[in-house]
Each structure stands twice: as C-alpha cells, then as structure tokens.
Design a binder for this molecule. Structure first.
Ligand SMILES: Nc1ncnc2c1ncn2[C@@H]1O[C@H](COP(=O)(O)OP(=O)(O)OP(=O)(O)O)[C@@H](O)[C@H]1O
Ligand SMILES: [Mg+2]
Length: 582
C-alpha cells in the first residue's frame, strides 16, 4: 500500500507548486469552515449568558465576511484540484499508451483479458484513479477542519472532549477492517470490468461474423454473464462502502448519548451554563461532517490503490524486447543473415527446431510449407517480435539482439496478410512507412503497388479517409496500400508474408511487376501459398513442422522429387481444377 502511494506521489510531484497552492487554499477553507461555529459559539455565549452585547454585536457582520473568503478559497481550491486530477490522469494515460505500444508481443499475447481488458484499464481504471486524486485532497482539508473543531471543543470543555476522543480509535479500527475487504472485492470487480469491456470490443470488432453466424444471442448471453459477475462483486463493494457510515454513526450516537447524560448532570448541578454546552454540542455536531468526508476519502483511497496497483503493473512491466546496454547501429554494408541452430516455441510445443540457414544480401528467399509449419514465425524473429528460445540470428556474426531495435526495424519492411490501416487518409497510411520521409514519394510508391489507379478514383484521392481499420476499402485495396507503405519505406530487407493473398490474379500480376522492381538490390523473404510468386526466388526453403527439410531453386527441388515436388503437383492440379471448372 505504501509502495503504491509512493508511486502515485511520484506522478503528482512534478505539480508540486499547484499542490502547495491547492493545499494552502484548503487550509483557508478549513480555517473559515471552523471559524463559523466558533463565531456562533462566541455569539451564543455572549448573548445567552452575559446578556451584554459587547463585541457580540459585531459578530453578525463577520459572517458574510468569512463566507466571502470561504467562497473564493473554496472556488479556487476545488477548480484547482479537479483540473489537477484531470491533468495527472491525462499524463498517466499518455504514459500507459507509450508503454503499451512498446511492450513486446509475448506480453500482449498473454495478457489475461486481451486487448479489451487492456482498454478497460486504460479508460475505466484511469477514471477511478482520477477521482481518487480528487478525493485525496480531502485528506489534507478535512482533518484540518476536524482538528480546528476539536480545538474548540477542548477550549470549551477539555474533559468532555477527551472522553469523546477516546472513541475515535474504534471508528478507525472499523474503517481499516472494511478497507481490507473493500480492496479484495475491488480487485475482483475491476477484473469483471475487464471482461465486460473485452466482450464489448469483440462484439464490435466481430460484428460481421456475429451477424453472419447468428451469434447475437450468444454474445448477449456472454455479456449477461460478464454483467452478472460485475454486479455480484459491485454489490459486495457497495455493501461495504455503505456499511461504514451507519456503523460509525452508531458509535458517534453513543458518544452523543454520553454527552447528553453528562450535560444534564452538569447543567442541573450548576457546574456548566446552557450557553457553554450549546456551543460545545454545536462543535461536536459539526465535527461529524469532516469525519464523514475523511471516511469517504478513505474508502476512495482503497479503490484508488486497487486501480493504481493494476495500472502500475502495466507501467512497471519490463516485458520489452531485451536491448543491449550499448546497442550497435545496424551496419549499412552487411553481407548476410544467418540463422544458427534456431529453435522456438510459444510456451509449449516447439514451433521451430534447429533452423540453420544463411541468406546472402540481395537474395530472394521463398518460404514454403503447409499451414502452421512456422513460416511466419521465422520472419517474425527477424523483426525481433519474438526471440529464439535457442540459437541465434546473426547479421555478419553479430547477434540481432546487439543492434539498436529501432535501427534494426528501420531496415526491414514488412507486408503481412492481416493488413492493418490506421483511421486516417490513404496518404498518411502510406506515409506511415517512414514518417520522416518526404510525402512526395507516396504517389510513386502507390503506382508501384498498383494502387494509384483506384486511389485516384476515390472521392478525395490520396486525402480520402480509409475508415476504421480501413473498412471503406476492399481487401485487395487495403493490401495494395500496405504494399505501397512498404515500398515507401524503402528498406533493404523486405518481408512479404502472404502479401498478395487478397489480390485477384490480374492485380497480383500487376503488383508482382511492382514488387519485381522493388526486389532489385534488396534481400527479400517471400511467403506465398500461390507458387507463381515463388518460382523466381533465388532459393526456396521448404518447411515442415518447424524444420527446413529441403532447400534449393525451383528446378533443383523439382528434380529431387521430394516434398516440394509433391507440393507443386498439388498446387498445379488444384489450379488446373479451378481453371476447368471456370
Ligand atoms: N502467438 C502464438 N501463440 C501460440 N502459438 C502460436 C502463436 N502464433 C503461432 N503459433 C503456432 O505456431 C505454429 C507456427 O505458426 P506460423 O504462424 O509460423 O505458421 P505459418 O507457417 O506461417 O502458417 P500459415 O501458412 O497458416 O500462415 C502454429 O502451430 C501456430 O499454432
Ligand atoms: Mg503465416
């Protein structure tokens, strides 16, 4: 808990100046709030007891004066703290996004509630955190008010006050106990919220599949069960939150009972005046308010600690791609890429086993093999999305891990089957290949990718929005934009993982022309099910269950009559079949 509070404090510390100002205003608010009953007590004492106006006749004028100061201080105090809590939450969100985009793919793959759960932390938890900051100021202001009131009570009747104060630890003890259980259910409730958000995200992302497979009821059932768990844990939280007040109010009523009995004795015994006791009871009554606020702030604090622990779990995660302490720049004149005894698994089954292969600069290498044989995994390792569990990948005898990651990735252009476009214009999506480059290169890149024609035909040309994840465009159009993005990046290593799979044969042929142009002078890894793109490769690697079982040129592999030959036969008869049927 203390560790979490320290972390929160580190986030707030840069705003020290504002915190001091807000606290100072809080002290003014506390002072004025406590001054009012003091003025009232003075008034009662003088008017009821002395029957002599004396200075009491000035007291009525003091009320508006105190309220004016109180009003101003309160205005700036609360606007200050509310805005500060927004700023701190915004900074937290910024840090979270910076972190999330840098965490490695293993982390993202293994995150319990998936990207929806991540969004829940991002949006819901930070909102709870923000409210927590707002309520934290109550811990500064309200105890001051309480202290001032206690001071007055002591001044009026110290024995009685001390007797009342003895009861405070009971209230504190009860609060602590409830706080613990609040935290427990708070966690469960946040997790239920993660699942809830995850279901919403899937319902939106998968709306086409859901409608096509009539899964609306299934999603509704799933959401219902998420909601059920959310409500169950929420109820536990609410019960505890609301249980605190009645419990404490009852304790306070016992104190009041004591006061009243004592008052009867004192007044009738002639030891105290009615005026004194009225003032005392006024202060004692008013102290309820700050106590209640402190109690409420304490409850909020429990929630804030829960979300802060969840948020810092992300913020402090070190699931980065490991970087060398002194990373080397990626050499401009490298000669070869070598996979040396590379094995890999995602945690259980081996996905790659003992891959040993050297690729010379300028070579075009095709990876062929049945689905799940590990083709994408091999190229993913080049970008260090995943590192080998055994063995190494070397560039001229230097392990990939020793290069600066940003520099390494700057040297690789990747086009995958699952195209991702940003909710932005066509131009910006192509330019995303390298934002430091002159956008004048966008149109030539689009021409090479055979995308220029359709882009020109859209309403605003290159300025046309592509929609959410590119849904204003067809599959093939999206793919051509992603190819244009890679062409625009102009990196020496090019990875085409099923890059043309969404294109029809005519477009593929056109894109192929562009790609042929692109391939010149580059080192290219091509993964393609359609073999036409593979024929011309300098070398074909045939994978089976994570091992390279054959390699060579198209012709030499055909001569071997091995796995590739079978594969080729199958492809040929398959396409012949299609041609016949058409
Ligand atoms: N994130 C992941 N977590 C666990 N297993 C994975 C993950 N990604 C892939 N795999 C598994 O690793 C194996 C190799 O996957 P990979 O994507 O490299 O195959 P591929 O040869 O590219 O197949 P395809 O031709 O279908 O694209 C598969 O058995 C797959 O189930
Ligand atoms: Mg693949």
């Amino acid at each position: 808990m203390l560790k979490t509070l320290a972390r929160i404090w580190r986030l707030v510390r840069p705003h020290m100046g504002k915190v001091v100002l807000i606290s100072a205003l809080g002290i003014v608010v506390a002072g004025c709030t406590a001054l009012l009953p003091y003025l009232a007590s003075l008034f009662f004492k003088e008017v009821l007891e002395n029957r002599n106006p004396g200075y009491a006749k000035w007291i009525p004028y003091a009320f508006p004066a105190v309220y004016a100061v109180l009003g101003l201080a309160r205005y700036f105090h609360f606007t200050g703290v509310r805005y500060l809590s927004e700023v701190v939450a915004a900074e937290l969100r910024k840090r979270l996004l910076d972190k999330l985009t840098r965490l490695n793919l293993t982390f993202h793959n293994q995150f319990r509630a998936g990207s929806g759960g991540m969004m829940s932390r991002f949006l819901n938890d930070t909102t709870v955190f923000q409210e927590g900051i707002y309520f934290a100021v109550d811990f500064i202001r309200e105890p001051l008010i309480a202290l001032a009131l206690i001071g007055q009570m002591l001044w009026l009747d110290w024995k009685l006050s001390l007797a009342a104060l003895v009861c405070l630890p009971f209230i504190g003890g009860a609060l602590r106990k409830v706080g613990k259980s609040l935290k427990k259910y708070g966690y469960l409730n946040r997790e239920a919220m993660d699942d809830l958000t995850a279901t919403v995200k899937e319902s939106l992302d998968g709306v086409r599949v859901i409608q096509s497979f009539n899964l609306e009821d299934e999603m509704s059932r799933r959401f219902g069960s998420n909601l059920g768990e959310y409500l169950r844990t929420r109820r536990k939280v609410i019960n505890r939150e609301e249980g605190v007040s009645p419990m404490n109010e009852f304790i306070v009523s016992l104190i009041f009972m004591g006061f009243a009995i004592y008052a009867i004795n004192e007044v009738f015994g002639g030891r105290s005046s009615a005026g004194e006791l009225t003032s005392f009871l006024l202060a004692a009554g008013l102290i309820q308010m700050p106590l209640k606020k402190i109690q409420n702030a304490h409850i909020r604090l429990q929630q804030t600690v829960v979300v802060a622990e969840r948020l810092w779990q992300l913020l402090e995660s070190d699931s980065f791609v490991p970087q060398a302490a002194e990373p080397r720049p990626f050499p401009a004149d490298w000669k070869r890429i070598r996979f040396k005894g590379v094995s890999f698994d995602y945690g259980s089954e081996p996905v790659l086993q003992d891959v040993d292969v050297t690729i010379n600069r300028g070579e075009t290498v095709a990876l062929v093999g049945e689905s799940g044989s590990g083709k994408s995994t091999i190229v993913n390792m080049l970008e260090r999305f995943f590192d080998p569990t055994q063995g190494q990948i070397l560039i001229d005898d230097v392990p990939l891990a020793e290069f600066d990651l940003v520099d390494l990735r700057r040297n690789i252009a990747l086009v995958t089957q699952d195209v991702f476009l940003f909710r932005d214009s066509i131009e910006r999506n192509i330019q995303a290949g390298d934002l430091s480059k002159d956008p004048a290169g966008v149109a030539p890149a689009a021409k090479l990718a055979n995308a220029h024609g359709f882009i020109e035909r859209t309403a605003q040309g290159y300025r046309s929005p592509v929609g959410d994840r590119g849904n204003f465009l067809s599959g093939g159009e999206k793919q051509r934009i992603s190819i244009a993005r890679a062409i625009f990046k102009d990196a020496p290593i090019l990875i085409l993982d099923e890059a043309t799979s969404a294109l029809d044969s005519v477009s593929e042929l056109e894109v192929q022309k562009g790609l042929n142009h692109l391939i010149q002078g580059r080192t290219v890894f091509v993964i393609a099910h359609r073999l036409s793109t593979v024929f011309s490769a300098n070398r074909i690697l045939v994978l089976k269950k994570g091992r390279i079982i054959e390699q060579g040129t198209h012709n030499s592999l055909l001569e071997r009559r091995g796995e590739y030959f079978n594969f080729f036969q199958l492809q040929m008869t398959g396409s012949a079949d299609v041609v016949q049927r058409n």
